[in-house]
Write a protein that binds this ligand. Sequence first.
Ligand code: HEC
Ligand code: HEC
Ligand code: HEC
Ligand code: HEC
Ligand code: HEC
Ligand code: HEC
Ligand code: HEC
Length: 380
Amino acid sequence: MRLRHVGERERFVRWLIFTLLAAAAGAAVYAMTQPQPLEPPAVFSPAAQVDAHRCAECHSTLYEEFQKAPHRFTLRPGNDSELIERFRGQSIDLFNDTYQFDKVQGMLQVSAKAFPGRRSVDWIFGSGHHALTPVTLLENPRGETEMFQFHASWYPDHGLGLTPGSMAQGETASIGLHHSATETLQCFGCHSTFLAVENGQLDLNRSVVGVTCARCHPGAARHADSEGELPTAVDWKALSPLDSINRCGECHRRIEEFTQDELTTENQLLIRFAPVGLALSPCFQSQAEASRSVRMDCITCHDPHRPAATDPAYYAQRCNTCHAPSQADSTPCPVRPQGSDCLTCHMPKVKTSDYLAFTDHWIRVREPEKAKAFHAVPSK
Ligand code: HEC
Ligand code: HEC
Ligand code: HEC
Ligand code: HEC
Ligand code: HEC
Ligand code: HEC
Ligand code: HEC
């Protein structure tokens, strides 16, 4: 494990985030296997303060492709002109109030009866591939950064709609969902590459927002300084499958954050957390025993530098690297041994809120009737 030189305060903040993340998701149990302990998120390490432009010089093709990746765009400032156009002039009625978005002096602003005047949209979470959630920042009496997450988000197929977290809000109008300083750091922490934090105050001018190169490739600065001579700190191919999906799980969540009782097919909350479902799949668990050379982790189906593929045939091809009837020692599907869609029956998309659907990464045989009921259950 690589330890970097960090000040006591940063060490504390990192510890705090780690503890709270684990606590928030339920008591951590190491039920399944003993994964390699991960180093704390790179996001508070000065070594992560790397501008992705630096990588373009030698990795130009990959860099260009990455410009369309949702990871890259998952956090943007409220004055982004393209984003402003999605919201400006629109309003939505929620909690007996009307939330109105306007462009004022180049900034996106929100007005409602629940608060006097207008609040500026400081940052927008989400690439817009699934949702855009605007937030406004404030400083608490201790000078720490806190935020309100507005009740209205933008969805590609629906326009404005209720922000998922606001559903617990009930009927009371307010600026939005309030997040403490710690929660605010968590939100920014999973949507950024490097965060400059001074006594709990976020300095977003010095931060690197969006999930870019150095977040997944720690040691990238050193690697670039050496003209590519020194390797980056993590060789993904050398990781065990569980350590590999746990790295993605630093943000997408990890199985050991959940108790055994929570790990059931009925638990709709899991659907959002791809590494949890995948870790529970026979395909993942049996890969060591199977004599196949194909490896099962997130990279088997996703290139994190690009948007996720949307063609079912692409995924069927991935499945068939292990399950094609022509494959030695394969276990082909008795129902549809050949075909270009395996997802409908084994990895369906499931609605998790009014406007969001996620792919259930717990690959398994579902009884058709059970599968139907599964689809119909709306989540909280
Ligand atoms: C001066 C050229 C140069 C720059 C700048 C550079 N790289 Fe590289 N990089 C290389 C070379 C050369 C290789 C080795 C290619 C090979 O072996 O196939 C490499 C390989 C890699 C690899 C795969 C091997 C490993 O060590 O993990 C990653 C990941 C990587 N670079 C990431 C980055 C990132 C992120 C940046 C920006 C911070 C960056 N590189 C900047 C030249 C560079
Ligand atoms: C630093 C946090 C972080 C890490 C680490 C991370 N992700 Fe993500 N990932 C995100 C966020 C945030 C989004 C949401 C992007 C958006 O706003 O649409 C996302 C989105 C995705 C998507 C959906 C892309 C799409 O087209 O909608 C895939 C697939 C994905 N990540 C795979 C991975 C894989 C594979 C890894 C590990 C190699 C990984 N992620 C590591 C934060 C992370
Ligand atoms: C533990 C890391 C983590 C934390 C903390 C976190 N996110 Fe995310 N966020 C993700 C990942 C991973 C995705 C992509 C997959 C998904 O949507 O769950 C994502 C997706 C999103 C999206 C895109 C819409 C979507 O559902 O894909 C928005 C908007 C968002 N997050 C806002 C927030 C806000 C606001 C907070 C704080 C209240 C927050 N996130 C906290 C990891 C995190
Ligand atoms: C969400 C995590 C994530 C982000 C962000 C990310 N990478 Fe990667 N990268 C990976 C993973 C995982 C692999 C290993 C893929 C494999 O082994 O098939 C990889 C492989 C590479 C490689 C070697 C393999 C290849 O395709 O050439 C290079 C070079 C690289 N990344 C550069 C970059 C650069 C430059 C950026 C930013 C523009 C970047 N990466 C952003 C996760 C990420
Ligand atoms: C890395 C190889 C690999 C890949 C890729 C893979 N699987 Fe599997 N899968 C396995 C193994 C190993 C098993 C355990 C049974 C066996 O020995 O074949 C399994 C079991 C299954 C089962 C039986 C589950 C149960 O409940 O008993 C289904 C269904 C399945 N896979 C579907 C898929 C689908 C659909 C895909 C693509 C989305 C896929 N698999 C991709 C290796 C893989
Ligand atoms: C066997 C193939 C497969 C593997 C392995 C896999 N995914 Fe996916 N993933 C999919 C499919 C299929 C989709 C849906 C793509 C589409 O049509 O939008 C998807 C979509 C996603 C999305 C977008 C939101 C959603 O749920 O639709 C995220 C985020 C994601 N995957 C993360 C991950 C992470 C993290 C891992 C590793 C733990 C992983 N995936 C492993 C097949 C896979
Ligand atoms: C129409 C729904 C449907 C489609 C499409 C489908 N399957 Fe299946 N699959 C099933 C059902 C149902 C079973 C359980 C059959 C049984 O146990 O009799 C199953 C079983 C399996 C098994 C377990 C076999 C065993 O002997 O343990 C695997 C592996 C599998 N499917 C892979 C795939 C792959 C790969 C694809 C895409 C090429 C696919 N399936 C497409 C419904 C489907």
